[in-house]
Each structure stands twice: as structure tokens, then as C-alpha cells.
Write a protein that binds this ligand. Structure first.
Ligand code: CP
Length: 299
């Protein structure tokens, strides 16, 4: 299934390079962006992806919606159903929200998880796999290191799931003990608490930000100490393979988890990840709504 999404996204990557970046696959359909939590990349690339598929898009500002007047989430969604909307893209700070919504809306409505709490961020992981495959080719020989706040990261959970499903040689997670999930040993990864040891000879380095909004207690001595131990600098990167690629889902915090020279350096693919997000989200939306791939017609 992941490979199907990646292959479909390859077709859409061609569309996004055209002068007229549109195909009619979702013409007449309405997509609702329901973002209950801040987002730059995911919300806008879902919007661009929907528009490039010729769908109509509603961007709901939840803070300015009638939920602030006491309307429940399910009543709000019933109103969008009454407007014959076809798809909800859901970002929420509580794990399980997209699943909860999917269980309560009409069966013809598609629901896509755009990040729920510390649980999952599936389209981010798929765009990351797309980026890795484009640059490295096969997944099997790769050693991949995910560095930082693993405990609170929905991105890390989805990436670990995708990487192990795709059969990479090794997934390493690197970070302080306080930022490792309790169930980490059940996820099929190797755990490191020393950055340079964990980076030794890896092919891919994925940096994560500290998810302070999900920490309910002080888990670190301070950002300076964290940067000294876990911040990715050109010096520490010498432990990885010479052609190791550097990834980050964003937003990046320069001088906290990554040095600018690395984030902006020749091995960084951080902005390519953002570009690939459009093709991946076009693939996920079109596959979810069951549209066949006929990319020949520009509208
Ligand atoms: N990577 C990611 O989810 O970024 P946003 O929070 O800006 O959507």
C-alpha cells in the first residue's frame, strides 16, 4: 500500500512541474481542511494538492468558527455534511481525533489524518519515504537515524512504522532517556542516547524538534544543554556516511536541534520534503476518493 502511494505520487510529481498544474480528477468534490492545531506545511500542501486535483476547498479557521459558541465538533461536522462536502482533512492535538471523526460521519465521507497528538502523521511519513526513495533508490540497504524528541513525535511513530514496513536494514532512534517513549523497544528500532554513536555510518538522518507543547513536565535541563548533546552540527555529522541525507519534517528550530550550516547545507533535503508533500497528498486524496489516474488532461 505504501509503495502504491509512492508510485501514484510519482505520477503527480510530473503534474506539479507543468505550467498548468491541474488535473480534473476531483472536479466537483469538496475538501474541508479542519485544522484544530497550528500548521504551515501540512495545511497548505493539502490545500494546494486539492486545488491541483480541481477540488473545491474550504479552510475552516476553528478559532473563528461556531465551536467557540459552544457547538460540538460532531454538530459542526454535521453542518459540513449538510453542505455535501466529500472529504475532511483533520489535524488535532488529541490522539485519535481523526479516527473518532471517521467513526461518526456518513460512510461516503473520506477522513484523512493530518496529524493527531503524539499518535500519527501518516502523510508526513509517506512524503518522507518518497523523498528517501527518490534520493537513495532501494530501502533495503539503508540505516536511518531519527534524532530528538521521539516520545512526543507523531512523525517519528509514523516514520518508524513506514521504514520497518518497507524493510530498511536498520532504524535507530537517538535522544535522551526522558524523550524516549516507554514502548520504544516494541517498535523494532535500536535505541541510542549518544548522538555520534547513533549516527555512525547511517545513510539518512531525520531530525525532530522538541515538542514542548506536548510536554507536561520539564524533561530537559535546557535548550543549550540539549543542543550541545543532540544538536546536529557539521562536526557531529562526520560520524554519518559522507553522502548521508539530512531530513526534518519542520518546523525547524535553528540552534536547538540543528545548526543552520546543516539545515541549509548541500545534504539537506528539508525543502524537497515540502515539495514532495503536494504530490503525496494528491495521491492520498485521489486514491481515497477512488479516482482513476488519467493525468493527460489539463483544466
Ligand atoms: N511537518 C508538519 O506537520 O508541519 P506543519 O505543522 O507546519 O504542518
Amino acid at each position: 500500500m505504501i509503495i502504491d502511494v509512492l508510485d501514484t505520487a510519482e505520477s503527480f510529481a510530473g503534474v506539479t512541474r507543468r505550467t498548468v498544474k491541474k488535473v480534473p480528477l476531483l472536479r466537483g468534490r469538496t475538501v474541508v481542511n479542519l485544522f484544530f492545531e497550528a500548521s504551515t506545511r501540512t495545511r497548505t500542501t493539502f490545500e494546494l494538492a486539492a486545488k491541483r486535483l480541481s477540488a473545491d476547498v474550504l479552510n475552516i479557521q476553528m478559532a473563528a468558527s461556531a465551536t467557540t459558541k459552544g457547538e460540538t465538533l460532531l454538530d459542526t461536522l454535521a453542518n459540513f455534511e449538510a453542505m455535501q462536502c466529500d472529504m475532511f482533512i483533520v489535524r488535532h492535538d488529541r490522539s485519535g481525533t481523526a479516527h473518532f471523526i471517521a467513526r461518526h460521519v456518513a460512510p461516503h465521507i473520506s477522513v484523512i489524518n493530518a496529524g493527531d497528538g503524539s499518535h500519527a502523521h501518516p502523510t508526513q511519513a509517506m512524503l518522507d519515504m518518497f523523498t528517501i526513495r527518490r534520493i537513495k533508490g532501494d530501502f533495503y540497504p539503508l540505516s536511518v537515524a531519527i534524532v530528538g524528541d521521539i516520545a512526543h513525535s507523531r512523525v517519528a511513530r509514523s516514520q518508524i512504522h513506514a521504514l520497518t514496513t518497507l524493510g530498511v536494514n536498520e532504524v535507530r532512534v537517538i535522544g535522551p532517556k526522558t524523550l524516549m517513549p516507554k514502548d520504544i523497544n516494541a517498535l523494532g528500532v535500536h535505541v541510542y542516547h549518544n548522538l555520534e554513536a547513533g549516527l555512525r555510518d547511517v545513510d539518512v538522518v531525520i531530525m525532530l524538534r522538541l515538542q514542548r507543547e506536548r510536554m507536561d513536565s520539564e524533561l530537559l535541563p535546557g535548550e543549550l544543554e540539549y543542543y550541545q548533546q543532540y544538536g546536529l552540527t557539521e562536526e557531529k555529522l562526520k560520524a554519518a556516511k559522507a553522502d548521508a541525507m539530512i531530513m526534518h519534517p519542520g518546523p525547524i528550530n535553528r540552534g536547538v536541534e540543528i545548526e543552520s550550516a546543516v539545515a541549509d547545507g548541500p545534504r539537506s533535503v528539508i525543502l524537497q520534503q515540502v515539495t514532495h508533500g503536494i504530490a503525496i497528498r494528491m495521491a492520498v486524496m485521489s486514491m481515497t476518493m477512488g479516482s482513476g489516474l488519467d493525468l493527460g488532461t489539463e483544466t
